[in-house]
Write a protein that binds this ligand. Sequence first.
Ligand code: GDP
Ligand code: IMO
Ligand code: MG
Length: 429
Amino acid sequence: MKVDVLLGLQWGDEGKGKIVDVITPGYDVVARFQGGPNAGHTIIFDNKKYVLHTIPSGIFNEKCINLIGNGVIIDPFILKKELQMLIDCGMDPGKNLYVSRKAHLILPTHRLLDAASEASKGDGKIGSTLKGIGPTYTDKVSRNGMRVGDLCMPDFRERYQRLRQRHLNQIEQLGFDFSNYKIDGLGFEAYEKVWFDAVSALVELQHIDSEYFINQMLSEGKKVLAEGAQGTLLDIDFGSYPFVTSSNTTIAGVCSGLGIPASAIGKVIGIFKAYCTRVGSGPFPTELHEQTGEEIRRAGNEFGSTTGRPRRCGWLDLPALHYAVMLNGVTELVMMKADVLDEFETVEVGEAYIYQGRQIDYIPFDACSVPIEPVYKKMKGWKESITNLKAGHKLPEALDAYVRMIENSVNVPVTTVSTGPDRSQIVYR
Ligand code: GDP
Ligand code: IMO
Ligand code: MG
């Protein structure tokens, strides 16, 4: 059996959580392969909303094993809150949740370092979620990090103290005064205490050598779904560097983040919104700064699931979508949030860019520093509510024409269109 992959093709928040939840019944294992609690994956059913940050979005199906892979970074405090949220809903998440021993830990001082790094950048700040992502991956790559398996080693406390001191020295060098800085509402020392309390919840989970586990599952013919976090345009290598996250959000991250060979990859399901959003800094060629952007934000309730920040909104960007399809070898597409555009008379799509006076159809290297203007194509809006459309229903003709235009442009079929946030609001084409 192969590993199917579901990942975001834009700047994150495409609706990955919803679709993973919808397709989970077809899988034995759902595995997160990168990112950390910078992610916020929303799932809505039975009039209840759940936001997951670290736990895979297959957790609501008790028959499915959910794995936090080695490529993920874990904050015990945030994970404990997520576990508690599920327990409060009557679930027993510890039963079908496995954690890789090789997943790295986000320490309280990683959170401080993230804040110190952002403060030191001034206007050039990334707009990080301040969850400690950059510093934790930095420690992983510089071979200073601590992993889930280390929690059960006799020298854990000693190593923790050494790394903590190293971080405090770095923070001092950056000139960051954290005496009044709050991490999730708490001062540093108070937060460190609750962090240590939360470590015990992580220790109690089932720790595994997940690369052996997942390859064993595949050899037994079990079906595995890899769930991406963030989106392709935030990839550390291919996103708008430096305004990116610190992991490979693209297909390559699946192999390194789960320990599977490239030959094990099956379907690659790429998710995109019918328009674009971005949280944080960095280039966004089709961003709408006026009324229309505001209308999309309102209709789409575009406020971050992790930080609550308003998301920047704009029209769909076809060259960027094409780039994402190319990088990931996407085999099928899922279009999300089409309903958000229900009331628009016309819907626009960026189909090329004007860059240094020329028309181009690729993302130039210096997109972060040189302005690029989109060239728009106008499409007729469908002007009807699609939120009641479910499996078995047909899309309005103008919406189907919009979808066909995208398919023709990127040469990959759009198999599914999401018509609202609930699990049931989905049309298969
Ligand atoms: P993720 O990070 O990719 O899982 O996406 P988020 O959960 O951060 O953001 C997606 C938001 O859109 C959430 O609030 C979802 O409930 C919502 N959503 C998902 N699909 C749809 C849809 O088809 N229509 C609308 N209106 N909202 C949707
Ligand atoms: P999901 O999985 C949207 C953005 C941040 C910032 C940049 C770097 O919910 O789609 P970081 O905290 O990673 O150092 O921030 O990346 N970002 C996201 N934007 N959705 C996400 O995750 C994101 N995770 C990080 O806003 O611009
Ligand atoms: Mg999100």
